[in-house]
Every structure is written in C-alpha cells, then in structure tokens.
Design a protein around this ligand. Sequence first.
Ligand code: C2O
Ligand code: CU
Length: 469
Amino acid sequence: MTFVSRRTLLKSAAVLGAYGTGLAVMPRLSQALTATDPIEIEALTGDVPLDGKQATRGVMRYGLAGQPSTDPSPPILRAKRGETFKAQLINRLDEPTTIHWHGIRLPNDQDGVPFVTQPYVYTGDRFDYAFSPPDAGTFWYHPHCNTLTQMGRGLAGVLVVEDDRDPVFDGEVVLNLRDFRLGSDSQFIEQFKPRDAAKTGTFGTLRTANWQPEPRYDVPTGGLVRLRIVATDVTRIYNLRLNGAEAQIIAIDGHPVPERRALDMAVVSPGQRLDLAVRIADSEGAEMVLEDIRPSTPKVVARFRAVGSSLKRNLGDLGPLAVNAGVEADLSNATEIPLLLSATAENSARDSICGSIGYSFWAINKVPYPGDTPDPTAPIADLKLGQTYLLNVENVTPHAHPIHLHGMNFKAISSNKREVQPLVSDTYLVLPDEKVQLALVADNLGDWVFHCHIIEHQKTGMTGYFKVT
Ligand code: C2O
Ligand code: CU
C-alpha cells in the first residue's frame, strides 16, 4: 500500500475540506488533566520467535519506553474509571501509525483515526493521548492505519479500566487472542487473499493467546479468577468453552451483564471482549482448558493449572461489578436509520488514504468507503447530540460481520434471528440474513467511524462514519 506523504497530506487536507476544517474545530469534552506523566508507548518492529521454531522477522510490537521486556506481547495498560489516562505514542515503525482506543467513550480528537480525528503520526513523531474513561471494564488499543498489516503483525493490546468498587478476585488472567499468518519458514506470508477477503476473511496460520501457542497459566486451586478475554484477531470468530471449571459470564464488551449466567459456549468475534468469573477446581494440579469449538476439531486456546491448597471460594460470594452508567435511549422518539450491509459488484483496485488494500468487496448502504460518490467524505448519517437513533442493520450477505462503532455505545433491541439481550456494547456480530435494531443515543460530539471489524471487510468498503453535531 502507499501512504500519503506529508506534502500530499496538506494537499488532500485542502481537498477534503470537511476533514481539514473538522480537525481544527472538533469539540472536545472538557477534562481536568493531572500532572502525572504519560506512559510512553513505542510502536516498534523486531524479530520474535512466535511459533517456537525460529524468529519471525518484521513483527510489530508495542513496548513501554525505558522498560525493555522479553515478552513480545503488547503491554496490558491499566486506567481507572474517571481518572485521566495519558499515553504518548512514539512511532518507531518505518510507516505512519496512530492508536485507537477500542470501546472507550472519549473526546473525538483522542479516537486515533487518521484523517477523521487526527493526522498521521509519522516515523519518529510522537502523539499525546489523554482521556478519562467513563466506563470500567475490558477494552483494547490498536492502530487505525494500514490496519491489516499493523494489526496482523502484532499491534493490538489490552486496556483494562479498573474500578476500585469491583469485587476482589484471587487472580486475573488477561488473554489477548489472535493469529499470525506465517509460512513454514516462520516468516509472514501475504496478509490476505482477495478471494477470502470477499468471503469470511483470510485466517492466520498460527493461533496464539498472548502471542504464545496454547500457553498455560497457574491459577489458585479453589480460587476465583477473573478471565479477561479479548479477540484482537483481524478475522477469526471464536466459540469459546471452558472445560474443567465452573465459569460465569460477568461482562461482555467491557460492560457488566445485568444477570450473570453460567458459561456454556460464548461467541466472541473480532473486536469483542468476554469477562468470566472462574471457580478453579478444588484439587491441586487439576487442569482446565479453554477451547475454541467453532472449527470442527476443537482447538486449545489456553490451559490453566490449579496450584496451592484450595482456597475453597464460592462463585456466589462474588459481589457485582460496578455498573457503567449507561445512557437511556428514548425509543418513543427514535429516528430510524437503515444500514444495509452488502457485497459490492465492483471489485477493482482503488486508491485510498491510510491503508486501502486495493479492492472493494463490501458496502454500507451500497457505498463502498471511500465511495465513488461526489463527496467521498460524506457521513452515513448526521446525528444530533442527545437524540436517540435506531440503527436498522440488515446483513444481506452470506457472511457474519462484527460491526463496530467508535466513541458511543448501543444496545441491541430486536433481531429476526435470535433472542437478543439488551446489552451495552460497541461491537455486534451481525449474522448472515440477520436484521437487528441497535438503539443508540448520540451522546458524543464528532465524527465516529462505524465499520466491520474483520479488517479485510473494513478495508474493502464496509466502513463509514456518523457525524454528531
Ligand atoms: Cu477496534 Cu475502528 O476499531
Ligand atoms: Cu465484515
């Protein structure tokens, strides 16, 4: 792919008048910044032995400046609800990048989308992010620039937002789930195949959790462990099951569920999160296995081994998670917005800012983004601050699409395919032929991207944005 140079960027800023001025006048939520120094996050390239055979060259990593680590997986960042979180991105890649904070409701100019909310961060440059997360839970961070390559090569980390009122567990394991596409020589192979991009997306060849194939974690015997699972893969949808321990779903996509229920199997698609409370078995040495049962032969995601003498804890002892103050949708006054997810007949190569992969296979409301319309920068819809909207999403393709909205949350209200729970979320897996209504209160000013989180779909047209004024 080609990147826009600084000079072309200036030119295109003039062409894309909407964005050019939008950057300058975009409103920010007011926030009281504290004096604490930002954490410095470096985006780097390096050689990492991912498959345990030999080093894979050109792995992209996040690291904390001044804190060299032998763990190639991205640092787990921690923020506190309502407290200012500051991070400075230092770009040591040889291409531009940004950081998007997936699922966080933040001021628009902190959202990390090049040309929509901020300029590129070029090689050697830095960018300061600061926001105070209003919701506690499991979130994540990744680039929004040449995304298929940058995420595919490893730029995707977990951001935990804590709340001191949350119940105390005996342990916590964060699982960042993703694949890498490697050849038999352990080196990266082409990140996608056009034929697959036009279908389910191109799958990786090496499954990992925290950058390791089938890792095993020690957990306290008879204890209560919080598992924070994040699907950061660019393509794969997981059907997760835990064998050998009792588990309850306590939060989905960062937000506590109104009623905990036992985990039977949970579908977690790209962009989504699943928080489990697990009661570890009582016998020391017992093994628990987290599996993906979506493929016909189940695959091990991670293993856990009970260590120590039993803590004899009880899932029932666990208090509730602190709730995230939601925004109440006024459904009686909602404006409906049709959103048709379709395939496009047109699949020629097309140039685009920030990471086109050269094809157009998918569209929202018949417009592949950036579309061949008089105004390629037009929003899908203009939303009014404080208004309630019903997004009538209809998937007329034979493939599932995890559709994701930046900066705001929605709640699924009804579906023609299944019983939906009215959960607060930022990512909904729209099944083939599903029609789903997502209620949304436009409570955050700015331009908010809406796209499929199968990155090949995002990059070949299934993207757009809402403008909230
Ligand atoms: Cu994970 Cu545009 O998002
Ligand atoms: Cu999709």
